[in-house]
Every structure is written in C-alpha cells, then in structure tokens.
Design a protein around this ligand. Structure first.
Ligand SMILES: Nc1ncnc2c1ncn2[C@@H]1O[C@H](COP(=O)(O)OP(=O)(O)OP(=O)(O)O)[C@@H](O)[C@H]1O
Length: 273
C-alpha cells in the first residue's frame, strides 16, 4: 500500500544565486550605508532595488560586484569559484548611469573594451561585438563615434559593452535615469525583451516606482539612514505582453503598493496591507 500523497505541496522557492545575511557597510568617515541587510537573489530573477537617495542601493550593487567589501555579515554566492584573492569569479557585468564611452573610439571599439582587457584582438572579438550591437538594436552603428549618437543610443552602446562578455548576471545602476521618458520606456521594453530571451539574473537600481514595477519580478524597497530593506514586493505580471502591461489594473495596483512603501521609506506614510 502506498502512502497518501499530499496534493498541495508548498510552492517551490527558486534556488538563491546569492544570499546576503546581516550585511553592514560603514565607510571610513563613519557613514553607515547599510545596517544588517538580509536578501536572497534567485538565479534568473529580475530584481529592482527601489529607494530614496542615500539608502545604499549602489552600495549593495558595488558589493555584489566585488568592488566594495562589506564591513560585516556575509555575501554567499552559492555556486561560485573563487580567484586567488578569494573573490567569486562570476560572469557579471555592470552598467552605470553614465554611458562613459571613449569619445575618440568608434562604437565597435568601445564595445570591444572588456574583451580587449581580456587580451582579445579586435579581429577575434568582432563577431561578439557585432552580436552585442545587434542585441541592442545598433547593428548599423559599429563605425559611428559617440558624438554622432543620441543619449539613448549611447546607453545602448554601454549595454552592448556589458553584454559582449556574455554575462549571466547584469548589475545596472540607474542606467536610464538621465534619459527622456519616451527613450526610457523604449529601453525598458528592449531590456525586458532581452531578459526574457536570455534569462540573465538582473539587479536593477532605480528611483522610479513605474520603472521598477514594469521591469521586475521583485521590487525590494529600501530606506535610508541607515540603509535597510523595508518591503519586498512580488510582481505578478499575469499574461500581459510588455507593451500592454503599463495600462493594466495589475500594474496600477502594484505601482500604488510600491509608492506606498516608498513613502513609508521616506517617512511620509504607512504601507497598504
Ligand atoms: N565612498 C564613500 N564614502 C563615504 N560615504 C559613502 C561612500 N559611498 C557612499 N556613501 C554614503 O553611503 C550612503 C549610501 O550611498 P549609496 O550611494 O549606496 O546610496 P544610493 O541609495 O545608491 O543613493 P543614490 O540613489 O543617490 O545613488 C550615502 O549616505 C552615501 O553618502
């Protein structure tokens, strides 16, 4: 006789790619940027860090990238190999708010940079450069110079430069904050499409409620002084396609919830239940 099978197993939680436990960061001038951060980031997840200026969003990103060490607590990459200095070797790229392109170099040569630093010649790297430029919709601009490009196109080059190493993890620090609304929405759509196609893990820092809810599966809301997590919202997108989602009731409700959390984070309200 077989044992009865529970027909309602608990919902499987995705395996964490990285776990942060009790992470603190105090700078040498005494500023406590983070006070005891606990967070799991799942493999393949699109997670946004949303919060007011100074709540430690960039500090979290920099620590994930290994550019800054925590003062306390642990950052545990579950399946990483480690380099000689004890840092995890991850297929990871960083995109900053500024495109930071070399003005004297063509688009192709700008995108080449990370591979050049790994010792690849332009000739060897070329197929990967062209592939990355195609991915961001700049297939015809390889020989253009940054001065010939709009702000949105420069950011696309910056994203192509991040993608040229074919990373599995993308860390993005307010990449679209300086762009006009229409360009930003277009880049949001294209980023979402790329994420849906390639399944990277994305950690995306933003001040924008609308952007965070539109892009993410999870929005982690942070508060400042000291930096901490105050809410963790799962975004259920349902069946809406990208473009339609912005006009749905689900989107409006989630934006309202994230806004309420953000207002709480800056001390101007209480979150909705
Ligand atoms: N190198 C540093 N030395 C001293 N203090 C720092 C340093 N870097 C950041 N801070 C401080 O740590 C706190 C968190 O900074 P962080 O840049 O992570 O915040 P943020 O949420 O990303 O802000 P913003 O949205 O304005 O970019 C802030 O008070 C900031 O002034």
């Amino acid at each position: 006789m077989t044992a009865a099978i529970d027909a309602t197993p608990p919902r499987a939680r995705p395996k964490p790619l990285v776990s942060l436990r009790g992470v603190t960061k105090t700078f040498s001038n005494g500023t406590t940027a983070l006070a005891g951060l606990d967070m799991d980031i799942a493999d393949g997840e699109f997670l946004s860090l949303l919060g007011p200026s100074g709540c430690g969003k960039s500090t979290v990103l920099r620590m994930l990238a290994g550019l800054s060490e925590p003062s306390g607590g642990t950052i545990d990459w579950k399946s990483a190999t480690y380099d000689a200095a004890g840092r995890p070797e991850m297929d990871m790229s960083f995109v900053f708010q500024e495109a930071t392109l070399m003005p004297w170099a063509t688009v192709a040569r700008n995108v080449w940079l990370p591979l050049r630093l790994k010792g690849q010649t332009l000739k060897v790297a070329r197929p990967k450069i062209d592939e990355a430029l195609e991915m961001v919709g700049l297939g015809g601009f390889a020989e253009a110079y940054p001065r010939e490009l709009s702000g949105g196109m420069k950011m696309r080059v910056s994203i192509a430069r991040a993608l040229v190493t074919r990373p599995k993890i993308l860390l993005m620090d307010e990449p679209f904050a300086a762009l006009d609304e229409i360009t930003r929405q277009k880049l949001n759509d294209d980023l979402l499409h790329l994420w849906q196609t390639f399944g990277w893990t994305v950690v995306f820092v933003t001040h924008s409620v609308f952007e965070s809810v539109y892009l993410s599966q999870r929005v982690v809301v942070m508060a400042a002084r000291p930096g901490r997590v105050v809410d963790d919202l799962a975004i259920e997108r349902g069946a809406s396609s990208s473009a339609d989602y912005r006009t749905t009731e689900e989107y409006r409700v989630m934006c309202q919830r994230a806004s309420a959390s953000l207002l709480t984070a800056i001390g101007k309200g209480t979150p909705d239940e």
